[in-house]
Design a protein around this ligand. Structure first.
Ligand SMILES: Nc1ncnc2c1ncn2[C@@H]1O[C@H](COP(=O)(O)OP(=O)(O)OP(=O)(O)O)[C@@H](O)[C@H]1O
Ligand SMILES: [Mg+2]
Length: 118
């Protein structure tokens, strides 16, 4: 299985989410190979839109979903909120699942993303 975390915009969390997805699979006992900055795209891939760096409760969270209202099948209801433990973990090359002390909310959100994608 190949999972691409992609966006045309920089700094939106591609590396952070890719890192967390890869490490979650590794923790689950599967082989995972993380390639950052891969640029190739091909047809026939399953595609999801996921909100990263979301606010707790805000219209900023509903606007992107509304913008995709013609493509509801694309929307993965697993928003990753802007959380310091996410940034801290990725800054050390780690998943939030590996960090100590554990941040339950970050782990819950990443687990929802993993389960939605895989
Ligand atoms: N859910 C989150 N909560 C808190 N901080 C986050 C979250 N997602 C990403 N960040 C932070 O946002 C910044 C950009 O994230 P990241 O490097 O993953 O983006 P990117 O899309 O890979 O960027 P680039 O286009 O430069 O490769 C980093 O400082 C990262 O720690
Ligand atoms: Mg990156």
């Amino acid at each position: 299985m190949i999972i691409t975390v992609g966006n045309t915009k920089g700094g939106v969390g591609k590396t952070t989410l890719g890192l967390n997805l890869a490490i979650a699979r590794s923790i689950a006992g599967r082989d995972a190979w993380l390639i950052d900055e891969a640029r190739a795209v091909r047809d026939g891939l399953r595609c999801f839109a996921v909100l990263n760096g979301a606010d707790s409760v805000d219209q900023d969270n509903t606007d992107p979903v509304d913008a995709l209202s013609d493509f509801p099948q694309l929307v993965l209801d697993a928003p990753e909120r802007r959380r310091k433990p996410m940034a801290n973990a990725a800054g050390q090359g780690m998943s939030v699942m590996e960090m100590s002390p554990k941040d339950a909310k970050s782990i819950e959100e990443i687990t929802a993303l993993v389960n939605g994608v895989i």
